[in-house]
Design a binder for this molecule. Structure first.
Ligand code: HEC
Length: 148
């Protein structure tokens, strides 16, 4: 009996490997992005930090690590990307109203202060997500400017 359950589990795990996630990112329309749509302009330093810590889930420039080919891990990660983009997408920044932009910027400060973002599981796997106190300050100052 135990053997059958184990075999079933192995078959299941093998089978789900044939259901990959889509790694096709929505298009990046340059004029819609945070970098194009923001005054004061985004400095290269801020952009590097954002790309390293937030863009994989909050932009259309997601880079998918190889391990997203392994299910159910890939499904789980894809879930974060879909939910993250829905909440906040720096590639579609220009589509937000003035009010929404301010709210988004304020929420960015909030989630960083609370240590909720970048997600812990992301930081474990991505050295670029590990922000020093100074990196955090640079980003929060940027968001403070953004939120007026
Ligand atoms: C691994 C994916 C991932 C990364 C990396 C990530 N986020 Fe998120 N983010 C999410 C998900 C998923 C949600 C929606 C669920 C939630 O609120 O926890 C979210 C929600 C948010 C929200 C909305 C919060 C709310 O309460 O509605 C903000 C603001 C945010 N993230 C900012 C950031 C910032 C800023 C960074 C980088 C410093 C970042 N995130 C990095 C996945 C991510």
């Amino acid at each position: 009996m135990k053997k059958k359950i184990l075999l079933g589990l192995v078959i299941f795990l093998v089978a789900i490997q044939f259901v990959p996630i889509s790694k096709t990112n929505p298009p990046v329309v340059q004029e819609q992005t945070l970098s194009s749509a923001v005054e004061p302009s985004v400095t290269p330093q801020v952009l590097t930090l954002l790309k390293g810590a937030c863009y994989d889930c909050h932009s259309n420039e997601t880079v998918y690590p190889n391990y997203t080919r392994a299910q159910p891990l890939g499904w789980w990660i894809k879930g974060h990307i879909t939910a993250g983009r829905e909440k906040l997408n720096f590639s579609e920044w220009a589509s937000y109203s003035g009010k929404e932009k301010i709210k988004q910027a304020q929420e960015c400060i909030e989630v960083m202060e609370q240590g909720r973002m970048p997600m812990k599981s992301y930081v474990w796997m991505h050295p670029t997500g590990k922000l020093s106190d100074q990196d955090e300050k640079i980003l929060m100052d940027f968001f403070a400017q953004l939120g007026g």
